[in-house]
Design a protein around this ligand. Structure first.
Ligand code: ADP
Length: 178
C-alpha cells in the first residue's frame, strides 16, 4: 500500500518475519560475501542467497551447479540461510519467494553508481521490495571475486580471501597448471 506521509507508519509494527534476498554471481564466493551473509542472518528471519544465472558481461569460471554446491557447503552452519539459483528479473524472483528485502554489499564509491541505479530501478519495478545496503567489513573492502581469480591464476595465496571449505576447489580450477 502506498503511503503519502511517512508519519502514516506510526503505530504500525514491522512484519514479524522478513525474508531477505542476497543476489549475486558469487563466481566464486569470497569471505567478503560470507561476512555479508553472516551479518544478514542476524538481522532477518530468512536469508536466501540468490545465484544469478544470467550475467551482464561476465563469463563465469564456475558453472551454476558448482557455485550452488560451493555456497551450500559454506552456509551449512546457518539454519536460516539457503541458496537457490534464479534467472530473469530479480524483483520477480523476490516476489515469488515473498521476500521484501534485497541485500547488497557496498565496498567503495565505485560500487555506488551501479548499485544506486539498480536499487532505483528495482524500486520502480517493485516498490514493496526494499533494497538494504550493508557496508563491507574494512578488511574485505578491497576483495572481489575477480581479484581472487586473478591472484589464484598467478599462483598467489588466497587462503585469507575465500572460505576454507571451497579453497582447494578454487585453486584446483584456477591455479597455474604445472
Ligand atoms: P554481482 O555480479 O551481482 O555484483 P557479486 O557476486 O560480485 O555479484 O557480488 C554480490 C554482492 O556482494 C554485491 O552486492 C557486491 O557489492 C557484494 N560484495 C562483493 N564483494 C564484497 C565485499 N568484499 N564486501 C562486501 N560486499 C561485497
Amino acid at each position: 500500500m502506498a503511503r503519502d506521509n511517512p508519519n502514516d507508519l506510526a503505530g504500525e509494527s514491522p512484519p514479524r518475519s522478513i525474508v531477505a534476498v542476497y543476489p549475486g554471481s558469487f563466481d566464486p564466493l569470497t569471505l567478503g560475501h560470507v561476512d555479508i551473509i553472516d551479518r544478514a542472518s542476524r538481522l532477518f528471519s530468512d536469508v536466501v542467497v540468490a545465484l544469478s544465472e544470467t550475467t551482464r558481461t561476465k563469463r563465469f569460471s564456475f558453472s551454476t551447479e558448482e557455485r550452488l554446491a560451493m555456497i551450500e557447503r559454506v552456509i551449512d552452519p546457518y539454519p536460516n540461510v539457503k541458496v537457490v539459483s534464479f534467472g530473469g528479473l530479480l524483483t520477480h524472483f523476490a516476489r515469488s519467494i515473498r521476500a521484501t528485502v534485497l541485500i547488497r554489499g557496498l565496498r567503495a564509491i565505485s560500487d555506488f553508481e551501479y548499485e544506486f541505479q539498480m536499487a532505483s530501478m528495482n524500486h520502480t519495478l517493485a516498490p514493496d521490495v526494499e533494497t538494504v545496503f550493508m557496508m563491507t567489513a574494512t578488511k574485505y573492502s578491497y576483495l572481489s571475486s575477480s581479484i581472487v581469480k586473478e591472484i589464484a591464476s598467478l599462483g598467489g595465496n588466497i587462503a585469507h580471501l575465500v572460505p576454507d571449505a571451497i579453497h582447494d576447489q578454487i585453486v584446483g580450477r584456477l591455479g597455474p597448471k604445472s
